[in-house]
Design a protein around this ligand. Structure first.
Ligand SMILES: [Zn+2]
Length: 388
């Protein structure tokens, strides 16, 4: 089994040597002359858990900067959807490559994706060394042939990397996929043991339309269809009331909070107070680069904290809890045994260059990373015990 010795790395406030074996952290505080296939000299670097981006549309890096300053529905109809109609598989490939490069260089080892022509993205992910949950998107407008092609992908799926890539099933949103579609996709997700990932309660308009059409709010609507469970990840959940949060927590749903996208599109403030009180598992996502406009999950942590506190309570969302949203919670939502620098866990990590001004002085490394750093502080990102 492949072994890697990380030497002289700063971990929990002191220098140590860490042994990685077969893609997992094997042992801590090992002696400096421990035998290993490879040695990584990490003097001057600190190790922290890497970041898990739970909501993304990676190839949308190609649409970065397109159609600014519009509400979600106008932006989609006037700018995004017309552009996407003209995108080629080559655009999907280049967009995915650009996205993965950007994520890896800012400390992210995993992203949950929802887009089209996913074979291209899967191939890029496999070659890159990053982890991903690649979504098969379901929309009511798709033809029978298109739907069958999607199902073939699921039926014949084998992960080309032997563990870094999984498929998810993604009804796009309640305004693009009907109740029958949600029920069918949820049933498939259970049958194949995969996650279901969808957008929900992103804007006030979505809630109002849902009330008009179904006589209830989005979370209650999906719950009435019986499609909420521990294998479900909901992106956004901006307009969710207290009782709905309790439903989400009870069903074991994970939520992907995307603060930058929500703020930029004017979708509203995530109800941190209710979400945290409910005990629901919260994770962080960037959403696509077209509504962010980058894929730096560290920035997402900072924006989430500021957006939580701006309502007047500085004790809301302490830095340690916030860091868990971006690391261990994100990993857990997708069944990944990572997000912690601990023996037996998958060796996913970010190495920070402690010589950078923004990391000094270092009273609290996690706080420096969340509030002060930028991606230039990242010296290396490791996924599965290998450097991306
Ligand atoms: Zn999205």
């Amino acid at each position: 089994m492949n072994t890697l010795l990380i030497k002289n790395v700063l971990h929990e406030g002191r220098k140590t040597n860490i042994l990685v074996k077969g893609g997992r952290f094997e042992a801590f505080d090992v002696v400096a002359d421990t035998q290993a296939d490879k040695i990584y000299e990490a003097d001057g670097l600190a190790i922290l858990p890497a970041l898990y981006n739970t909501h993304n549309h990676a190839a949308m890096t190609m649409l970065r900067g397109l159609g600014e300053d519009k509400p979600l529905q106008n932006w989609l109809q006037e700018d995004i959807w017309p552009y996407e109609e003209r995108m080629t598989v080559q655009d999907i490939r280049r967009g995915s490559e650009l996205a993965i490069s950007e994520m890896a260089s800012s400390g992210t080892v995993f992203f949950s994706d929802m887009y089209f022509d996913i074979e291209e993205t899967i191939d890029v992910v496999a070659k890159s060394g990053i982890r991903a949950a690649i979504g098969i998107t379901f929309l009511d407008g798709h033809s029978k042939t298109q739907q069958n092609e999607k199902l073939d992908l699921l039926r014949h799926w084998t992960d080309p990397t032997g563990g870094r890539i999984c498929l998810t099933l993604c009804p796009h949103a309640i305004y693009t996929a009907g109740s029958e579609m949600y029920k069918k996709v949820f049933k498939l997700s259970e049958e194949y043991g995969v996650k279901m990932h969808t957008h929900l309660s992103e804007t006030r308009k979505e809630v109002d339309d849902c009330l008009r059409e179904h006589g209830t709010t989005p979370v209650r609507y999906l719950d009435s269809l019986g499609v909420l469970g521990p294998n479900v990840i909901l992106a956004h959940c901006v307009h969710v009331d207290k009782e709905e949060w309790d439903i989400l927590a009870e069903r074991g749903v994970s939520v992907s909070h995307c603060p930058c996208s929500n703020m930029k599109l004017g979708s509203g403030r995530f109800p941190y107070e209710l979400a945290i009180e409910s005990g629901c598992r919260i994770t962080l996502g960037t959403d696509g680069a077209s509504s962010n406009n980058n894929l730096d999950l560290r920035e997402e942590m900072k924006f989430a904290a500021l957006l939580a506190k701006v309502a007047g309570n500085p004790t809301l969302l302490p830095v340690g809890e916030l860091f868990r949203w971006a690391t261990v919670n994100g990993a857990a939502a997708f069944g990944i045994d990572g997000g912690e620098i601990a023996a037996g866990k998958l060796a996913d990590a970010v190495f920070l260059n402690m010589k950078k001004e923004r990391l000094q002085p270092c009273h609290n490394l996690v706080s420096n990373w969340v509030y002060s750093a930028d991606s230039s502080c990242v010296a290396a990102t490791m996924c599965d015990g290998k450097f991306i």
